[in-house]
Design a protein around this ligand. Structure first.
Ligand SMILES: CCCCCCCCCCCCC/C=C/C(=O)SCCNC(=O)CCNC(=O)[C@H](O)C(C)(C)COP(=O)(O)OP(=O)(O)OC[C@H]1O[C@@H](n2cnc3c(N)ncnc32)[C@H](O)[C@@H]1OP(=O)(O)O
Length: 481
């Protein structure tokens, strides 16, 4: 990614997005604007007075009006060591910067953004879209930092849940193939279903303690409605167990959960096969409505039985002087699908857009953070620097001043710095490095080494190991590259 503030351009993977000029020149620290759903973050600083660190700034996903300073915490080592970009010269724009993103990473200082002196915490952040559910998740600071233990636990949990739902799928298929009917199927899987569906309550806990970036409310509604179906409808009312609608929602849930939990597992391992991702974010378009139909038909089938048996109901007079009619409760539950289901469905559509179409997903981001250099004077806030924030671990960071453009991309590291006088870039693992100044052009390429240097007086090149060639106008000394 290259960010060019002067020309209001951001280029990602060859795709160039143009930022509106008012965005770039806006003197306000940050501003909300949807540029192809990218999040832009602005900060003011004088670049040469700062060391610039690429920091993990988590939950930077904007809510539009809230202060970043209460949203950013730099967890020490939370994402490993972040690569620094260090300006070495006090002459802004005139002299070289040295970028060391690959060679000598510095630890990220464990300073929260709002406490860091001269930190680049902007006053507000921008958002590409509003999302009530997402807002809610963003206000939870604790989810910003998922440690190794939490990741290990989530991996274990998701593998176990995938396995559980796979067992359910196999059991259902075997039952149907052996018996040729769905009657009795529910009973054959009831225990396993109750166990694994109830275990989904843990997910609400995950959201609450912040180790997954999901809304407690959205997850809570989803999980509770399922648990309600399992415990208070299907398992409690035997007569409905042989309804086709029960099989409908069971099959739908099973397919959904296998793809969902396997997606989460692969996602945690950073290796998601495309078909899993595709299944996770496409199947729901059909399965969600089908599941709701299955659930609603099942509750509907339960209504006469509930009315006849007055189960779970409390009629007056009683010693508590409270009345509760489960029949009407079920009717209210059915009605509550009308406002709630669309919200869940549209939440999933938004997630789909973000994941499959690369829109800003955001909660945990990487951004640039500036800390004052020790020898520098008082910083002047006379430059506007846009920073693009992205989700780790596919880190992309950049900073642009009128004189300097710098960017870092990992894990397959690409780093580059451009000043009026110097252009430098590093690319690894198949190393390509080059430096260009008005007087010197140098480049190195390995492992099959090719090296060259050009100055006004010298042109030299070396190719090894098989092909050693040398060309020199004035070749003073042989160098080992
Ligand atoms: C008391 C009785 C009341 C009754 C009233 C009832 C009314 C209810 C009305 C609603 C009825 C709903 C009925 C449901 C029917 C069905 O389920 S039918 C089957 C089809 N269903 C689905 O496809 C939806 C399945 N459900 C979900 O996907 C979730 O529940 C969700 C909460 C809606 C998912 O949203 P969310 O988690 O926000 O999206 P994701 O994209 O999946 O994840 C976001 C990020 O969080 C990470 N993450 C989440 N969970 C985990 C995890 N377990 N482990 C690891 N990571 C996790 C995920 O990876 C994402 O992270 P990033 O990729 O880094 O962003």
């Amino acid at each position: 990614m290259v960010l060019d503030a002067q020309n209001s351009k951001i280029s990602i993977n060859g795709c160039i997005l143009i930022a509106p000029s008012e965005l770039v020149s806006d003197p306000v620290v940050s501003k909300r604007h949807p540029i192809h759903h990218m999040t832009w973050l602005y900060f003011l600083t004088q670049i040469n007075t700062f060391d610039v660190f690429v920091d993990a700034s988590v939950n930077c996903r904007p809510t539009g009006h809230s202060s970043l300073s209460d949203k950013v915490r730099v967890p020490a080592g939370a994402f490993g060591h972040a690569p620094p970009i260090v300006p070495r010269d006090s002459e802004r724009g005139a002299a070289p910067w040295v970028t060391t993103p690959c060679a000598a990473p510095r630890p990220v200082p464990a300073v929260s953004c709002d406490r860091a002196p001269f930190s680049t915490c902007p006053g507000t952040m921008a958002s590409s879209e509003d999302d009530g559910a997402v807002d809610e998740k963003e206000t939870n600071n604790r989810r910003r930092n998922r440690g190794a233990i939490a990741t290990a636990w989530l991996t274990f949990y998701n593998i176990a849940m995938t396995a559980g739902w796979l067992v359910l799928a196999i059991t259902m298929m075997r039952f149907y193939l052996q018996k040729g009917t769905h009657r009795g199927l529910y009973r054959s899987i009831a225990k396993t279903l109750k166990f694994f569906q109830t275990a989904a309550l843990v997910e609400v806990g995950h959201c609450a303690i912040g180790i997954v970036r999901t809304s407690v409310i959205v997850t809570g509604v989803q999980v509770c409605s399922r648990i309600f179906m399992v415990w208070f409808i299907a398992s409690s009312i035997r007569q409905v167990q042989s309804e086709e609608s029960v099989i409908l929602f069971l099959v739908v849930w099973t397919v959904t959960e296998i793809s969902r939990y396997s997606y989460y597992t692969f996602n945690l391992l950073h290796q998601v096969p495309y078909f899993i991702k595709w299944a996770r974010y496409n199947l729901f378009i059909v399965l969600y409505p089908l599941g709701v139909v299955g659930e609603l038909l099942t509750i509907y089938a339960a209504l006469p039985i509930v009315r006849r048996t007055a189960m779970y109901s409390l009629r007056l007079p009683n010693k508590y002087n409270v009345s509760f009619d489960y029949y009407y409760f079920l009717i209210i539950a059915m009605l509550s699908y009308i406002p709630l289901f669309p919200q869940l469905f549209f939440h999933m559509l938004r997630q789909r857009r973000k994941v499959l179409h690369g829109e800003q997903r955001g909660t945990d981001h990487w951004s640039l953070k500036l800390t004052p250099r020790q020898h520098s004077g008082t910083p002047k806030s006379d430059y506007l620097h846009p920073v693009e924030t992205v989700n780790p671990p596919h880190i992309t960071a950049s900073v642009t001043t009128p004189h300097i453009t710098a960017s870092v991309t990992t894990p397959h590291i690409t780093a580059s710095v451009t000043t009026p006088h110097i252009t430098a870039s590093v690319t690894t693992p198949h190393i390509t490095a080059s430096v260009t100044t008005p007087h010197i052009t140098a480049s190195v390429t390995t492992p099959h080494i090719t090296a060259s240097v050009t100055t006004p007086h010298i042109t030299a090149s070396v190719n090894t190991p098989n092909n050693k060639s040398l060309a020199a106008d004035e070749w003073r000394s042989r160098r080992k590259w």
